[in-house]
Write a protein that binds this ligand. Sequence first.
Ligand code: 6PG
Length: 253
Amino acid sequence: MQSYRVFSDKNRLANAAADLFIQSANTAIQLRGLFSVCLSGGSSPKGFYELLVGPDYRIRLDWNKIHFFWGDERCVPPGDPDSNYRMAREFLLDHLPVPTANIHRIHGEMQRDDAALEYENKLKAFFQTSSPSPKVDTFDLAFLGVGEDGHTASLFPGSPALKAHDRWVIGVEHSTPPAPLVDRISLTLPVINASRKVVFLVLGAGKADIITQLLSPVAGRSPLPANLVQPHDGEAIWLLDAAAASGLPESLV
Ligand code: 6PG
């Protein structure tokens, strides 16, 4: 199931994302005693993170029961400006009482494929399965961004990683744009599609062309990576600001 919502500005989008986070977290904690959330990389989540750590939101959750994961990481140390972990730490985790044991970062400082295998084993242990491809629900909520080429996580157009159905996490060679030109470690599509809920956060006029391609695809054209995110038993929700949605046909807005 896929749906999308368009917001007049990024502040309203951030509020909607924060509300979704709170609602998903409280439901998961009530049903299963904990909430597993997968964060995206990139800069789009910054506004939403700043809201979440603010006085109106932070008090509404039991942070001891929330486990943080990442959809992908650049092969850089955790303090590197390009680290997805560093961005989440600076804008979100450093401002919340989340136990260190609940923060499951990808070790970008390790050898790429070793780090991928380590994170894969960590996920299998957390979700209590040894299946080479997830047969159970994975994250309660997974946030994703979209690049201007239609990539999501670190699954880029034409990448062999898009066909990795017997792995949860894979190393991705990355030496051509988009920047940063460093190798990546990424979740594979089966793990993402086993999430209970996926939320794309897409902001800015720079994403208008790719959003138009993604949300009103032309018949016969091969799907872009972000099109392949179709949660089996869950839903994919696109949160767009007006600028990113500006190229969509009137009928879709
Ligand atoms: C990464 C991300 C990537 C990101 C998109 C959008 O490591 O780069 O995981 O998939 O979410 O490229 O990035 P922005 O939010 O910065 O536009």
